[in-house]
Structures are given as structure tokens and as C-alpha cells.
Design a protein around this ligand. Sequence first.
Ligand SMILES: NC(=O)c1ccc[n+]([C@@H]2O[C@H](COP(=O)([O-])OP(=O)(O)OC[C@H]3O[C@@H](n4cnc5c(N)ncnc54)[C@H](OP(=O)(O)O)[C@@H]3O)[C@@H](O)[C@H]2O)c1
Length: 305
Amino acid sequence: MEATELNVVTGAFSFSGRFITERLLAQGKAVRTLTGHPEREHPFGSQVGIAPLDFDNHYALVESLRGATTLYNTYWIRFPRGQITFDTAVENTKKLLLAAAEAEVHRVVHISITNPSAQSPLPYFRGKALTEQAIINSGLSYAILRPALIFGPGDVLINNIAWLLRRFPVFVILGAGDYRVQPVLVGDLAEIAVAAGQREDNFTVDVVGPETFTFNELVHLIADCVGSYAGTIHLPPGVVLFLARLIGYMTGDVVLTRNEVAGLTANLLVSDSEPNGVVPLSQWLRDNAASVGIKYASELTRHYR
Ligand SMILES: NC(=O)c1ccc[n+]([C@@H]2O[C@H](COP(=O)([O-])OP(=O)(O)OC[C@H]3O[C@@H](n4cnc5c(N)ncnc54)[C@H](OP(=O)(O)O)[C@@H]3O)[C@@H](O)[C@H]2O)c1
């Protein structure tokens, strides 16, 4: 199939960008990725062009976006580390948008999160609201997609819950475990993203799957699927964070942050909108029970080494 149109995807060799890329290539589009990890293993062979995700080189950033019709922006950080804070991530997103406008990119499909708010005390959700505002102010045609929790091959949270359930006799649930999550399959998000790239109107939409779980239900569902006999206990956030730090020493990772605890327990990973993801997590877990949680997924290995 002859490639007709160039699309730029941040993180084509990472998680959601990989699935967006897969769909764009299947439609015969040419894809260039902006990434900090050009050497990472990926399934695309030489089909994907590569440029650095270097926010401090404006000229190179503009050149890497030149000729693209649409930018699919997945860039964000999970937690601040070293020089990179949430404020830096907001500024980096603005630099990317400025470069896209200068390169005359027509449209941006931006991945945000459910329930962003400029008034939020949580820097992740506040930063997301600020980047959404930057998208709206950018002058580019835009679609803003707000997924809740994303699951699928390569995810971190669902995989690592399964990993813990496979290895330890007890799983610690944060607080009452009655806060809810509405997971969406990464492939469904990618499908919605690519369809959004082909529209012309500016819009913002939540991207959520067909099932909503309390955290208690989620843990029990994953335990059943992976055949775990681990018991569960409920502990307060301070103790859970302490235990998460111990697991962090073991795995060389940041397992859970105070901000993530606050976001989860404040019910920010659910939506009032009609579900637009189609694959239920329960079904996906049944189909992938043999592989989910076999290997720990490390955020620090992915993004800081
Ligand atoms: N994962 C979820 O459950 C979830 C839920 C709701 C919303 N979201 C949003 O969905 C979007 C994509 O998430 P994802 O999980 O698919 O992300 P990802 O693939 O792990 O990363 C997306 C992009 O951000 C870059 N990146 C990530 N952390 C970085 C860091 N610390 N320093 C520099 N660059 C970094 C990656 O760089 P490389 O190309 O170098 O890897 C990649 O280009 C994000 O905006 C996220 O906020 C995710």
C-alpha cells in the first residue's frame, strides 16, 4: 500500500503510541515518531521514521514535524523525577505545540485523562488541564481524548497488580477499596484516536471502557484470572505507600505515588459519559491470563534508563 499522508506520533515504541502507530500503518499512512528511546524493541521494522523527542531543540522539533498532517501526542510524565516536574511537562507540551504550529501541522490528537481540572490540588490532573488549554489555544485543529485507566499489552498498573498477586500471599488494598476505575483497552483508545485524527471538528471526549469496577472488585477479578490465592487486607494510605516503597526497592521502580493514591481514591478515573471503548477488561484478562503479570513493568526502566 502506498503511504499517502505523514502522521507524527510521540512514543510509537512505548505504550499507547505503539497501538496508534499500528493502526495508522494499517491504513497506509506514513508514520514518524518522536521518542527518547529510538533503540527500544518494536514491531515496525523500517516502516516508522524516527526523530528525537527533544523539547529544547526548537529547530529540530519543527523539522521533525514538517510535512505532517496530524500529530498524535501521548507525551506526559507519570510522576516528577530529577529535573522533570509536571510544570516542565506542561512547558514541554507547549513547546511541542509551538513547533507543530510552525511546521504547519494541520491537526493534533492529544491524549489527556478523565477529570482534568485547573483547580485540582493534584499536579497530574492540573497539568493535564493546562495542556488541554494549550491545545485549544494553539490554533491547530484538535481532538482531546480523555482516557481513564488504559490496559492492554504493555500497561503498568493492571500488569503490576497481577504481578503482585502472583508473587505474594497477601495483597494490600488502599483504604476501603470502594473508589472506582473504568478501564479502557489500549487498542480501543488507538481506534478512537485514529478516527479522531480523520475528523475536522474540534472536540473533547472521555475514552472509557464498558465496565466500571471498585478497586476491590478489580483486584479480585485480576486474582481470579491469574489463579492467585492471595488474601487481601485494607490499610491506610501512609502504610500502603511505605509498603509500595519497599516493593520499589526490590524492583528498582516507583510503584505508587502519593498523588496517584489521591487521584485513585478521589474517583478521578471514571466518567459519566457513555462508554466508547468496547472490549471489557474482564474478557481481555480471561484471554490474556497466561501472560498478564508474568513480568514486572517498570516505569523507571522505561523512561529513565
Ligand atoms: N497509561 C494509563 O493508564 C493512562 C491513563 C490515563 C491517561 N493516560 C495518558 O495517556 C498518555 C499516554 O500514556 P502512556 O501510558 O501510553 O505513556 P507512554 O507510552 O509510557 O509514554 C508516552 C510518551 O511520553 C514519553 N514519556 C513518558 N514518560 C516520560 C518521561 N519521564 N520523560 C520523558 N518522556 C516521557 C514517552 O517517551 P519515549 O518515547 O521515550 O518512551 C512517550 O513518547 C499520557 O498522556 C497519559 O497521561 C495514560
